[in-house]
Design a binder for this molecule. Structure first.
Ligand SMILES: Nc1ncnc2c1ncn2[C@@H]1O[C@H](COP(=O)(O)OP(=O)(O)OP(=O)(O)O)[C@@H](O)[C@H]1O
Length: 200
């Protein structure tokens, strides 16, 4: 199982970022590095289907993103710091939506929510979460959704020390490293078992 990007072209208005870009990632954690503005977040969004390439192909195992967009999206989760897309929902409703979409294990999600101390927030409007709590909600999903590809932008930004330690431990389990392709950005050394580093 691998992520394969072939001959990718992408640019914003007048700002070319990727030209005939190729990449193959195998299961395990790859650290995506580069200076501010290099295109790290853009690459995560392209691989997660949140942005559309102008040319090229993106494969997750035998699923091509354009040929099977919904199937592809159900096999990957993009964990960015973005504000909530559906601000009128409660935390529980946002989570339930993800559980339904990904056919996820609700008990596993509950375990992650408990570990991140989010259970008391479930009936709050999702917009009332602090930045750190919002990050934790996304990370609880990242850790519990049964996806093949995890894309995580700055996983440790805004987390308290306990949450950082917990996240490191959960991302490092051999069972996870064997089955998931994990691509993450971090401006600081992530202190995780890496299969590779990708410099943009
Ligand atoms: N929606 C957009 N429209 C136009 N330009 C954009 C847009 N989003 C990003 N850019 C530009 O594309 C370039 C890459 O942005 P991106 O966010 O991918 O970089 P990054 O490597 O993640 O940066 P950082 O380390 O600061 O988070 C930057 O020059 C940015 O200004």
């Amino acid at each position: 199982m691998e992520l394969r990007i072939e001959q990718l072209n992408f640019e914003y208005a007048s700002h070319p970022l990727f030209r005939e870009f190729n990449l193959t990632l195998t299961p395990g954690i790859t650290w995506l590095r580069g200076e501010n503005g290099a295109g790290k977040t853009t690459l995560l969004k392209l691989a997660g289907g949140a942005l559309t390439p102008h040319a090229g192909a993106i494969w997750l195992a035998d699923i091509e993103i354009h040929a099977q967009p919904l199937v592809y999206r159900r096999h990957c989760y993009y964990c960015g710091g973005d504000t909530p897309q559906l601000p009128w929902l409660t935390v529980r409703e946002v989570l339930d939506m993800h559980v339904a979409l990904y056919s996820a294990d609700a008990e596993h999600l509950n375990t992650e929510l408990a570990a991140f101390h989010l259970l008391p927030t479930l009936d709050q409007p999702v917009t009332t979460l602090s930045l750190g709590q919002h990050k934790k909600m996304q990370l609880a999903l990242a850790l519990s959704l049964p996806v093949r590809l995890l894309l995580i932008d700055e996983p440790f930004n805004g987390l308290d020390a306990d949450a950082m330690a917990y996240l490191r431990q959960q991302l490092s389990t051999p069972e996870r490293l064997a089955r998931q392709v994990i691509l993450l950005t971090s401006h600081l050394e992530p202190i995780l078992p890496l299969v590779g580093t990708l410099q943009l």
